[in-house]
Design a protein. Sequence first.
Lengths: 117, 177
Amino acid sequence: MASLGVKVMRPGLWIGLGVMIAGGVLSLATSAAAETHVVEMRGFEFFPAEVNVAIGDTIVWVNKDVVPHTATAGDGAWDSGLMETGDEFSLVVEDTVNVGDYVCTFHPTMVGVISVD
Amino acid sequence: MFRKIFLSCAAGLLAVLGASSANAEDGGLNDMQIAHIAYVAGQIDIQYANIALERSHNTDVRAFAETMLRDHKSVNDAALALLEKLGASPEDNPTSQSLQASAAAKRAELKALKGAAFDRAYAANELAYHQFVNKTVEGTFIPAAQNAEFKDLLGVALATFKVHEGHAEALVGKLGK
Protein backbone atom coordinates (compact mmCIF):
# COMPACT_ATOMS: atom_id res chain seq x y z
CA MET A 1 0.00 0.00 0.00
CA ALA A 2 2.78 2.26 0.85
CA SER A 3 4.48 1.82 -2.50
CA LEU A 4 1.14 2.21 -4.27
CA GLY A 5 0.62 5.36 -2.38
CA VAL A 6 3.89 6.64 -3.59
CA LYS A 7 3.15 5.75 -7.14
CA VAL A 8 -0.07 7.69 -7.20
CA MET A 9 1.60 10.85 -6.01
CA ARG A 10 1.29 13.55 -8.57
CA PRO A 11 4.44 14.79 -10.28
CA GLY A 12 4.13 17.99 -8.31
CA LEU A 13 4.25 16.07 -5.07
CA TRP A 14 7.30 14.15 -6.24
CA ILE A 15 8.98 17.44 -6.93
CA GLY A 16 7.89 18.75 -3.54
CA LEU A 17 9.21 15.66 -1.79
CA GLY A 18 12.47 15.98 -3.69
CA VAL A 19 12.82 19.56 -2.60
CA MET A 20 12.07 18.62 1.00
CA ILE A 21 14.69 15.84 0.96
CA ALA A 22 17.25 18.03 -0.77
CA GLY A 23 16.48 20.79 1.65
CA GLY A 24 16.95 18.47 4.58
CA VAL A 25 20.28 17.26 3.26
CA LEU A 26 21.32 20.84 2.64
CA SER A 27 20.24 21.82 6.13
CA LEU A 28 22.23 18.96 7.65
CA ALA A 29 25.22 19.89 5.55
CA THR A 30 24.96 23.50 6.68
CA SER A 31 24.66 22.68 10.35
CA ALA A 32 27.65 20.37 10.12
CA ALA A 33 29.78 22.82 8.13
CA ALA A 34 32.51 24.74 9.89
CA GLU A 35 31.75 28.37 10.60
CA THR A 36 33.95 31.43 10.56
CA HIS A 37 33.84 33.82 13.49
CA VAL A 38 35.28 37.31 13.14
CA VAL A 39 36.80 39.06 16.15
CA GLU A 40 37.69 42.71 15.75
CA MET A 41 40.48 44.36 17.70
CA ARG A 42 39.36 47.93 18.24
CA GLY A 43 39.61 50.47 21.01
CA PHE A 44 42.06 48.12 22.78
CA GLU A 45 39.38 45.44 23.16
CA PHE A 46 38.40 42.23 21.40
CA PHE A 47 34.90 42.35 19.90
CA PRO A 48 33.26 40.10 20.84
CA ALA A 49 35.28 39.47 23.97
CA GLU A 50 34.01 35.89 24.09
CA VAL A 51 33.53 33.74 21.01
CA ASN A 52 31.69 30.44 21.18
CA VAL A 53 32.79 27.94 18.54
CA ALA A 54 32.55 24.32 17.48
CA ILE A 55 35.53 22.12 16.74
CA GLY A 56 36.52 22.74 13.13
CA ASP A 57 35.37 26.36 13.13
CA THR A 58 37.71 29.18 12.15
CA ILE A 59 38.27 32.36 14.12
CA VAL A 60 39.55 35.38 12.21
CA TRP A 61 40.96 38.34 14.11
CA VAL A 62 41.10 41.69 12.33
CA ASN A 63 43.08 44.62 13.72
CA LYS A 64 40.98 47.78 13.37
CA ASP A 65 43.16 49.87 15.70
CA VAL A 66 45.89 52.32 14.74
CA VAL A 67 48.48 50.39 16.76
CA PRO A 68 49.72 46.79 16.44
CA HIS A 69 48.19 44.00 18.51
CA THR A 70 48.51 40.25 18.96
CA ALA A 71 46.07 37.47 19.73
CA THR A 72 48.00 35.02 21.88
CA ALA A 73 46.82 31.97 23.80
CA GLY A 74 47.17 32.28 27.55
CA ASP A 75 49.17 29.05 27.54
CA GLY A 76 51.18 30.10 24.49
CA ALA A 77 49.73 27.28 22.37
CA TRP A 78 49.13 29.66 19.47
CA ASP A 79 50.16 33.20 18.64
CA SER A 80 49.24 35.55 15.84
CA GLY A 81 52.51 37.44 16.13
CA LEU A 82 52.49 41.18 15.47
CA MET A 83 49.38 42.34 13.61
CA GLU A 84 49.57 45.77 12.02
CA THR A 85 46.47 47.83 11.29
CA GLY A 86 44.29 45.91 8.84
CA ASP A 87 46.10 42.60 9.31
CA GLU A 88 44.10 39.41 9.78
CA PHE A 89 44.96 36.20 11.60
CA SER A 90 43.06 32.93 11.24
CA LEU A 91 42.93 30.06 13.67
CA VAL A 92 41.18 26.76 13.00
CA VAL A 93 39.89 25.35 16.27
CA GLU A 94 41.10 21.79 15.88
CA ASP A 95 40.74 20.57 19.43
CA THR A 96 40.29 21.82 22.95
CA VAL A 97 43.94 22.81 23.18
CA ASN A 98 42.95 26.02 21.42
CA VAL A 99 40.24 27.10 23.81
CA GLY A 100 40.43 29.35 26.82
CA ASP A 101 41.73 32.80 27.58
CA TYR A 102 43.90 34.74 25.21
CA VAL A 103 45.50 38.20 25.33
CA CYS A 104 47.27 40.86 23.36
CA THR A 105 50.80 40.50 24.63
CA PHE A 106 51.49 44.19 23.90
CA HIS A 107 48.47 45.40 25.87
CA PRO A 108 47.79 43.04 28.78
CA THR A 109 44.40 44.59 29.54
CA MET A 110 43.14 43.24 26.20
CA VAL A 111 41.74 39.82 27.02
CA GLY A 112 39.41 37.46 25.20
CA VAL A 113 37.93 34.01 25.65
CA ILE A 114 37.28 31.15 23.25
CA SER A 115 34.72 28.62 24.42
CA VAL A 116 33.65 25.43 22.65
CA ASP A 117 30.07 24.17 22.42
CA MET B 1 61.48 59.71 43.60
CA PHE B 2 57.98 59.57 42.12
CA ARG B 3 57.07 62.89 43.76
CA LYS B 4 60.18 64.49 42.28
CA ILE B 5 59.40 63.17 38.81
CA PHE B 6 55.77 64.13 39.17
CA LEU B 7 56.66 67.70 40.12
CA SER B 8 59.19 67.88 37.32
CA CYS B 9 56.55 66.81 34.79
CA ALA B 10 54.07 69.18 36.34
CA ALA B 11 56.48 72.07 35.94
CA GLY B 12 57.12 71.12 32.32
CA LEU B 13 53.46 70.78 31.51
CA LEU B 14 52.55 73.96 33.31
CA ALA B 15 55.05 75.66 31.02
CA VAL B 16 53.32 73.95 28.11
CA LEU B 17 49.88 74.99 29.26
CA GLY B 18 51.18 78.49 29.92
CA ALA B 19 52.41 78.63 26.37
CA SER B 20 49.05 77.31 25.18
CA SER B 21 47.28 80.02 27.12
CA ALA B 22 49.53 82.61 25.56
CA ASN B 23 48.64 81.25 22.14
CA ALA B 24 45.00 81.14 23.09
CA GLU B 25 45.12 84.87 23.80
CA ASP B 26 46.40 85.32 20.26
CA GLY B 27 43.52 83.32 18.86
CA GLY B 28 44.28 79.85 20.24
CA LEU B 29 46.29 76.91 19.00
CA ASN B 30 45.51 75.95 15.45
CA ASP B 31 45.30 72.35 14.27
CA MET B 32 48.78 72.38 12.77
CA GLN B 33 50.28 73.60 16.04
CA ILE B 34 48.37 70.97 18.00
CA ALA B 35 49.54 68.34 15.51
CA HIS B 36 53.13 69.44 16.03
CA ILE B 37 52.84 69.30 19.83
CA ALA B 38 51.18 65.88 19.72
CA TYR B 39 53.84 64.57 17.33
CA VAL B 40 56.63 65.94 19.53
CA ALA B 41 55.02 64.41 22.62
CA GLY B 42 55.04 61.03 20.88
CA GLN B 43 58.65 61.41 19.78
CA ILE B 44 59.67 62.30 23.33
CA ASP B 45 58.17 59.08 24.65
CA ILE B 46 59.94 57.13 21.89
CA GLN B 47 63.21 58.68 23.08
CA TYR B 48 62.45 57.68 26.68
CA ALA B 49 61.73 54.14 25.46
CA ASN B 50 65.04 53.99 23.60
CA ILE B 51 66.86 54.95 26.78
CA ALA B 52 65.01 52.20 28.63
CA LEU B 53 65.99 49.63 26.04
CA GLU B 54 69.62 50.76 26.30
CA ARG B 55 69.75 50.67 30.08
CA SER B 56 67.22 48.23 31.49
CA HIS B 57 67.48 44.47 31.86
CA ASN B 58 64.06 44.17 33.48
CA THR B 59 61.71 42.10 31.28
CA ASP B 60 58.60 44.10 32.19
CA VAL B 61 60.30 47.45 31.67
CA ARG B 62 61.69 46.39 28.31
CA ALA B 63 58.31 45.03 27.16
CA PHE B 64 56.64 48.29 28.16
CA ALA B 65 59.30 50.33 26.35
CA GLU B 66 58.89 48.24 23.21
CA THR B 67 55.13 48.84 23.32
CA MET B 68 55.74 52.59 23.65
CA LEU B 69 58.02 52.46 20.60
CA ARG B 70 55.48 50.57 18.50
CA ASP B 71 52.39 52.49 19.58
CA HIS B 72 53.76 56.03 19.47
CA LYS B 73 55.33 55.37 16.08
CA SER B 74 52.00 54.05 14.79
CA VAL B 75 50.04 57.02 16.13
CA ASN B 76 52.57 59.49 14.75
CA ASP B 77 52.55 57.72 11.37
CA ALA B 78 48.75 57.95 11.33
CA ALA B 79 48.98 61.66 12.12
CA LEU B 80 51.47 62.26 9.33
CA ALA B 81 49.30 60.29 6.90
CA LEU B 82 46.29 62.43 7.81
CA LEU B 83 48.26 65.65 7.44
CA GLU B 84 49.50 64.50 4.05
CA LYS B 85 45.94 63.70 3.02
CA LEU B 86 44.86 67.16 4.17
CA GLY B 87 47.81 68.76 2.41
CA ALA B 88 48.99 70.31 5.69
CA SER B 89 52.23 70.43 7.67
CA PRO B 90 52.81 70.48 11.43
CA GLU B 91 53.69 73.94 12.69
CA ASP B 92 56.46 74.42 15.26
CA ASN B 93 55.48 76.58 18.21
CA PRO B 94 56.59 77.61 21.73
CA THR B 95 54.65 74.77 23.35
CA SER B 96 56.51 72.15 21.32
CA GLN B 97 59.77 73.84 22.19
CA SER B 98 58.94 73.86 25.92
CA LEU B 99 58.10 70.18 25.77
CA GLN B 100 61.38 69.37 24.06
CA ALA B 101 63.38 71.38 26.60
CA SER B 102 61.70 69.63 29.55
CA ALA B 103 62.26 66.26 27.93
CA ALA B 104 65.95 66.91 27.36
CA ALA B 105 66.39 67.54 31.08
CA LYS B 106 64.45 64.40 31.93
CA ARG B 107 66.53 62.30 29.53
CA ALA B 108 69.69 63.53 31.27
CA GLU B 109 68.22 62.52 34.65
CA LEU B 110 67.33 59.06 33.42
CA LYS B 111 70.71 58.49 31.80
CA ALA B 112 72.39 59.14 35.15
CA LEU B 113 70.58 56.16 36.68
CA LYS B 114 71.02 52.42 36.33
CA GLY B 115 69.59 49.12 37.54
CA ALA B 116 66.47 49.09 39.68
CA ALA B 117 66.73 52.83 40.32
CA PHE B 118 66.53 53.48 36.59
CA ASP B 119 63.62 51.07 36.16
CA ARG B 120 61.60 52.77 38.88
CA ALA B 121 62.42 56.26 37.62
CA TYR B 122 61.52 55.35 34.03
CA ALA B 123 58.21 53.78 35.06
CA ALA B 124 57.31 56.70 37.34
CA ASN B 125 58.14 59.19 34.61
CA GLU B 126 56.03 57.26 32.10
CA LEU B 127 53.08 57.35 34.45
CA ALA B 128 53.43 61.05 35.19
CA TYR B 129 54.10 61.91 31.54
CA HIS B 130 51.06 60.05 30.26
CA GLN B 131 48.85 61.51 32.98
CA PHE B 132 49.71 65.06 31.98
CA VAL B 133 49.72 64.44 28.24
CA ASN B 134 46.30 62.82 28.52
CA LYS B 135 44.97 65.70 30.55
CA THR B 136 46.25 68.15 27.95
CA VAL B 137 44.95 66.20 24.96
CA GLU B 138 41.54 65.67 26.52
CA GLY B 139 41.09 69.06 28.12
CA THR B 140 42.80 71.37 25.64
CA PHE B 141 43.67 69.81 22.30
CA ILE B 142 40.49 67.90 21.46
CA PRO B 143 38.16 70.80 22.36
CA ALA B 144 40.37 73.19 20.33
CA ALA B 145 40.75 70.99 17.21
CA GLN B 146 38.75 72.25 14.24
CA ASN B 147 39.12 69.58 11.56
CA ALA B 148 36.78 66.65 12.25
CA GLU B 149 39.19 63.94 11.06
CA PHE B 150 41.99 65.45 13.11
CA LYS B 151 39.75 65.64 16.17
CA ASP B 152 38.87 61.96 15.68
CA LEU B 153 42.54 61.02 15.43
CA LEU B 154 43.26 62.90 18.66
CA GLY B 155 40.49 60.82 20.25
CA VAL B 156 42.16 57.63 19.00
CA ALA B 157 45.51 58.86 20.32
CA LEU B 158 43.97 59.68 23.69
CA ALA B 159 42.46 56.19 23.95
CA THR B 160 45.90 54.75 23.19
CA PHE B 161 47.69 56.94 25.72
CA LYS B 162 45.12 56.13 28.41
CA VAL B 163 45.91 52.45 27.95
CA HIS B 164 49.59 53.35 28.29
CA GLU B 165 48.82 55.27 31.49
CA GLY B 166 47.14 52.20 32.96
CA HIS B 167 50.00 50.00 31.84
CA ALA B 168 52.53 52.42 33.39
CA GLU B 169 50.57 52.49 36.63
CA ALA B 170 50.67 48.70 36.80
CA LEU B 171 54.41 48.75 36.06
CA VAL B 172 55.07 51.29 38.83
CA GLY B 173 53.14 49.08 41.24
CA LYS B 174 55.04 45.98 40.18
CA LEU B 175 58.46 47.62 40.53
CA GLY B 176 57.64 48.96 43.97
CA LYS B 177 59.25 51.84 45.74
